[in-house]
Design a protein around this ligand. Structure first.
Ligand SMILES: [Zn+2]
Ligand SMILES: [Zn+2]
Length: 309
């Protein structure tokens, strides 16, 4: 593993921001945002700007295969893999988090908490029942390596979602409708008034076209759930329709990919977005990526958590 280069954090952030901006332009110009979105699905622990950095680092280094799974050297060790000789780390920004007591009036207020090994929770030094909060202190640069820079034990359990769900299954449909219910929405398969589906915040309903093929219904459901999560309090839908549709279809694409639903409709997603965005597609996509990833993570995270029950 290489040692840290002598750059201050401010310089690193500056460099990264610049590269990020350039990378997005390059990405959208080369029509590669599909590649970006497929990459995002395996990376939800990282922020979307780090995701870009990791992907473009691979391109800069001339890797044939894009980066797929990045982890720190120690995390690789834990799964029986080591960093190949001569491989250089990819530096990303990770948030520095501290747990503090947040109980008003406590003398330990805003002070670091104790980690309890047995209960596996952070507790206040004064009183274990106090409210504990996560505080973000800033960012630090952290070295990570892509799986192709490592060797050792084969990795088989890195894509649990994909292995568990092959294509659009009844279980996935049930999980998604259940998740919609958690947000207070009812999913109805029926007459979608000539559309593939729609979401109404007024009636708290998502209606999916009963005539559509099953896999397509699942993808439409994800699209409508993105509207459900992201577009609750908008009142300018007609004005900014392209932006909202870009976001919803971006989420549908990322989530479907992550859950192992692959279809001809990938091309459909991009056509759909470009149709709405027209000349503004590049700008729209750029502005939407952060929200797309956040919402996709929200859905995937909850579905994933549900699988453990
Ligand atoms: Zn306390
Ligand atoms: Zn829509």
């Amino acid at each position: 593993m290489e040692t840290k280069e002598k750059l201050s954090n401010v310089e690193i952030v500056e460099n990264i921001t610049k590269r990020l901006e350039e990378s997005i332009d390059e990405l959208i110009e080369s029509n590669d945002w599909k590649k970006y979105l497929s990459f995002v699905k395996g990376q939800h622990p990282y922020s979307w700007n780090n995701t870009f950095l990791i992907m473009f680092e691979g391109i800069l280094r001339g890797w044939e295969k894009p980066a797929t799974y990045v982890r720190g050297a120690k995390q690789w060790e834990k799964v029986g893999r080591t960093i190949k000789k001569g491989e250089k780390a990819i530096w990303i920004l990770a948030p520095r988090i501290q747990f503090v007591c947040n109980e008003k009036g406590c003398s330990g207020f805003n002070q670091r908490t104790l980690w309890n090994k047995f209960s596996r929770v952070n507790t206040c030094k004064i009183d274990a029942r106090h409210r504990i909060e996560k505080k973000m202190l800033g960012f630090m640069s952290v070295p990570v390596f892509d799986i192709q820079q490592t060797e050792g034990e084969p990795i088989t359990d890195f894509v649990p979602l994909k292995d568990e769900v092959q294509g659009a299954t009844d279980k996935l449909w049930d999980d998604l409708t259940e998740l919609a219910e958690k947000y207070g929405f009812k999913v109805i398969v029926g007459n979608a008034l000539g559309t593939d589906g729609f979401c109404t915040h007024e009636k708290k309903e998502i209606v999916i076209d009963e005539n559509a093929e099953f896999g397509y219904r699942v993808k439409t459901l994800i699209h409508e759930m993105a509207h459900m999560i992201l577009h609750a309090d908008i009142n300018d839908y007609q004005l900014n329709r392209a932006r909202y549709e870009t976001e919803a279809e971006g989420v549908a694409y990322v989530v479907a990919e992550a859950l192992g639903i692959h279809s001809e409709s990938d091309a459909y997603s991009f056509g759909y977005i470009a149709t709405w965005g027209k000349d503004d597609t590049k700008k729209l996509v750029k502005e939407s990526l952060g929200r797309i990833q956040k919402c996709a993570n929200e859905i995937i995270g909850q579905i994933e958590a549900g699988f453990e029950i």
